[in-house]
Design a protein around this ligand. Structure first.
Ligand code: ADP
Ligand code: MG
Length: 574
C-alpha cells in the first residue's frame, strides 16, 4: 500500500539542496535518492557561485557534485553557447563525465560535448559549430581548439578541473594554466582532486578566488570502502601469472580489473589469461578510441570478465559490475592504490582488492596501510592441492546438480549402449562408465591441472633475510606487518633503476616538459610519477624512465608523435 500522500513531502534529498525541477526529475529517473556527503557539502556552495577546492576519494560522486550546480544555471531554452568547461586527464574520463552530464541535463536538453585527442578534430569542429553548453575536454585537445579559434572561452562561466592531481602528474600544468588564462576573470573555478599535493594548492592560489575548501575524509566518504576486502599475496616475480590464475580460479570474480604498469605487461598478461580460459581484454593508451570503446562495451555487457589495464587508461572509469580490483604490481604511490581500489565498493557494494607483491615491496605496502588506515590481509596463494580440491568441488557440484534434473532418462540409451559390451568394462561396469563420464565433465569445465608449486614467500623478509615462521594454515589471513622502513619518503620511480631516453626534439621544436610527460604517459601507460628527470636541450631532450619500462617506452614513442611530429627515440648514452 502506498502511504506517500499521507506523508509531508520532505525537503531533504536533492530537493533540499534547491536544485531545479528538471534536474530533480532526471535524478529520480537515474535512481539517485540521497546526495552523497561530497554532494551535500559542495552543491550549496557552488550554487552560490563560490570557487571550490574539493578533495574526496574515488567513487564518492564528485561528477554530480560539480555537474548539478552548473546545469542548474542553464535554462531549457538557453542558446547552445559554451558556459562550462570541464578539464579531465583522459579520453575515457571525458566520455564518462560527458555521459553523466548529458543524463543529468536530459530534461533541459543540455548539449554536452566530449573533446579529446585521438578523435578526428574535424568532427569536433562541426559539433562545436553546431553549439554546445558544456565542453568536457582533455587539456591538450582543449588548447588545440582554443588556438584554432574553434573553442571560444569568452562565454565560459565555470571551469572545472576534475582529477586535478592526475592532470598535473601527467604534465598538463602549463596547458591548464594557459587555458585558465584564456577564460573570463570573473569565472567560477572548481577544482576536484582525490589527493591534495602542494602543486594543487599552488594552482588554487593562482587561479581561484577565496575558494571554499571541502575535504571528505575516507571514513566519511562512504561506507563502501570499509566493504572492500583487501589482501596481498606475496609471489616471486616469475610465478605471478600462474598465481594470478589460481587466485582468480578460487575467487571466481564476476568481473575484475587487473592493473599493470606498462602496456607490454598489459598485452602479455591478456594473452596469458586468455590462455587460462579467462575472457580477458586489454585497455591501454596504445589503443585507438574505437578499440577502447569496444573493450568497455564487452566488459559492461559481460562478454569479457577481465579487463587488463594501465592506470592511465583506466583512470576514473566507473563500471557497475566490477567485483574485484587486482594490482598485478604494487603501485609505487600509495595514492594510486587508493584510486585503483576505488573502482569497487561503490555505492555500498562489497568488493575485493587483491595485490600481488614481491617480498622486497613490503615497504610500499606499509605506506599504503598508513594512507588507507586499513590492514592488508596476507593471503596464501592456492597450492596445487587447493586448486585440485576446488576443481573437484566444482565438478561434484556440477554432477550433483545434473542428478537433480528430471530428464536423465533421455540418456538411458547411451548408458545401455555402453553397458551392452560388458566384456569390455568388467564387473564394475556401472562405476567405470560413471568415472569416464565424470572425466569428460571435469575436463570440459577446463579443470586442467597445473602442477608447478608456487613457493610461499609470504614470510620472507629481505631486510632481515630470515623468515618469521608460522603462517602455515591454508589461506591463513593475518594482519600485514611490514619489514624495515629504510627511511624512504614514498614509493616512486627511484625504487627502480632509471634509464635515460633520448628524443630528437628540444627547445627549437618548442618541446616543454609537459609535452614529454604527457606523451610518454599516454603512449606507454606509465604515470607521471614514473617519469623524470627531464632535460630539454636545444635540439634534443633526455627523459628518465624506470629501467624496466625503457624498451617499452622507446617502442611506444617510436610509433607516435610529439607536438605533431614524428620523433626519433633511442636509449641515451653520453
Ligand atoms: P567520483 O568522481 O568521485 O569517483 P563518480 O562521480 O564517478 O565518483 O560516481 C560514482 C558512482 O556513483 C557513479 O556510478 C554515479 O552514477 C553514482 N552516484 C553518484 N552520486 C550518486 C547518488 N547521489 N546516489 C546514487 N548514486 C550516485
Ligand atoms: Mg570522478
Amino acid at each position: 500500500m502506498n502511504t506517500d500522500e499521507d506523508q509531508p513531502h520532505d525537503v531533504e534529498g536533492f530537493a533540499g539542496l534547491g536544485l531545479r525541477p528538471e534536474l530533480l526529475k532526471a535524478l529520480e529517473t537515474l535512481g539517485y535518492e540521497e546526495p552523497t556527503p561530497i554532494q551535500r557539502q559542495t552543491i550549496p556552495t557552488l550554487l552560490e557561485g563560490r570557487d571550490l577546492l574539493g578533495q574526496a576519494a574515488t567513487g564518492t560522486g564528485k561528477t554530480a557534485a560539480f555537474a548539478l550546480p552548473v546545469l542548474h544555471g542553464i535554462e531549457p531554452d538557453d542558446a547552445a553557447i559554451p558556459v562550462c568547461l570541464v578539464l579531465v586527464p583522459t579520453r575515457e574520463l571525458a566520455v564518462q563525465v560527458s555521459e553523466a552530464m548529458h543524463k543529468y541535463g536530459s530534461e533541459q536538453r543540455i548539449r554536452v560535448l566530449p573533446v579529446y585527442g585521438g578523435q578526428p578534430i574535424q568532427r569536433q569542429f562541426k559539433a562545436l559549430d553546431r553549439g554546445v553548453h558544456v565542453v568536457v575536454a582533455t587539456p591538450g585537445r582543449a588548447l588545440d581548439h582554443i588556438r584554432r579559434n574553434s573553442l571560444d572561452l569568452s562565454t565560459i562561466r565555470t571551469v572545472i578541473l576534475d582529477e586535478a592531481d592526475e592532470m598535473l602528474d601527467m604534465g598538463f600544468t602549463e596547458d591548464i594554466e594557459e587555458i585558465l588564462q584564456g577564460t573570463p576573470d570573473d569565472r567560477q573555478t572548481v577544482l576536484f582532486s582525490a589527493t591534495m599535493p602542494p602543486r594543487i594548492n599552488a594552482i588554487a592560489k593562482r587561479y581561484q578566488t577565496d575558494p571554499v575548501r571541502i575535504q571528505i575524509s575516507r571514513s566519511e566518504a562512504d561506507e563502501g570502502t570499509e566493504l572492500i576486502h583487501q589482501s596481498v599475496y606475496f609471489v616471486p616475480r616469475s610465478h605471478k601469472p600462474s598465481a594470478l590464475g589460481r587466485i582468480l580460479d578460487i575467487e571466481a570474480p564476476s568481473s575484475a580489473i587487473v592493473f599493470c604498469r606498462t602496456r607490454t605487461e598489459v598485452d602479455d598478461l591478456t594473452v596469458t589469461m586468455n590462455g587460462r580460459g579467462y575472457r580477458a581484454e586489454a585497455l591501454h593508451g596504445g589503443m585507438d578510441q574505437k578499440q577502447r570503446d569496444r573493450v568497455m562495451a564487452r566488459l559492461r555487457d559481460g562478454t569479457a570478465e577481465l579487463l587488463v589495464a594501465t592506470d592511465v587508461a583506466a583512470r576514473g572509469l566507473d563500471i557497475d559490475t566490477l567485483t574485484h580490483v587486482i594490482n598485478y604490481e604494487v603501485p609505487s604511490a600509495p595514492e594510486s592504490y587508493v584510486h585503483r581500489i576505488g573502482r569497487v565498493g561503490r555505492a555500498g557494494r562489497e568488493g575485493t582488492a587483491i595485490t600481488l607483491a614481491e617480498p622486497r615491496q613490503r615497504r610500499l605496502l606499509k605506506n599504503i596501510e598508513r594512507l588507507t588506515k586499513q590492514t592488508l590481509h596476507v593471503g596464501k596463494v592456492p597450492s596445487v592441492a587447493d586448486l585440485r580440491a576446488r576443481q573437484i568441488e566444482l565438478t561434484v557440484a556440477a554432477v550433483a546438480e545434473a542428478l537433480e534434473s528430471d530428464d536423465l532418462d533421455d540418456y538411458a540409451g547411451v548408458f545401455d549402449a555402453l553397458l551392452g559390451s560388458p566384456e569390455q568394462w568388467g564387473e564394475d561396469d556401472g562405476r567405470t562408465i560413471a568415472l569416464a563420464a565424470i572425466k569428460l565433465v571435469h575436463e570440459a569445465r577446463g579443470a586442467v591441472m597445473d602442477e608447478v608449486e608456487i613457493p610461499d614467500v609470504s614470510n620472507f623478509d629481505p631486510d632481515k633475510s630470515k623468515g618469521k615462521g608460522k603462517n602455515k594454515g591454508k589461506g591463513a589471513k593475518r594482519g600485514f606487518e611490514g619489514g624495515g622502513d629504510r627511511g624512504a619518503k614514498r614509493g616512486s620511480s627511484n625504487d627502480a633503476d632509471t634509464a635515460f631516453i633520448y628524443l630528437n626534439m628540444g627547445k627549437t621544436s618548442r618541446v616543454r616538459p609537459g609535452d614529454l610527460v604527457g606523451a610518454i604517459a599516454n603512449e606507454s601507460g606509465l604515470t607521471g610519477r614514473d617519469i623524470g628527470p627531464i632535460r630539454i636541450h636545444d635540439r634534443f631532450s633526455v627523459v628518465g624512465v624506470p629501467e624496466a619500462s625503457a624498451d617499452h617506452v622507446i617502442d611506444a614513442m617510436s610509433s607516435s608523435s610529439l607536438r605533431g611530429k614524428k620523433v626519433k627515440v633511442r636509449r641515451y648514452t653520453d
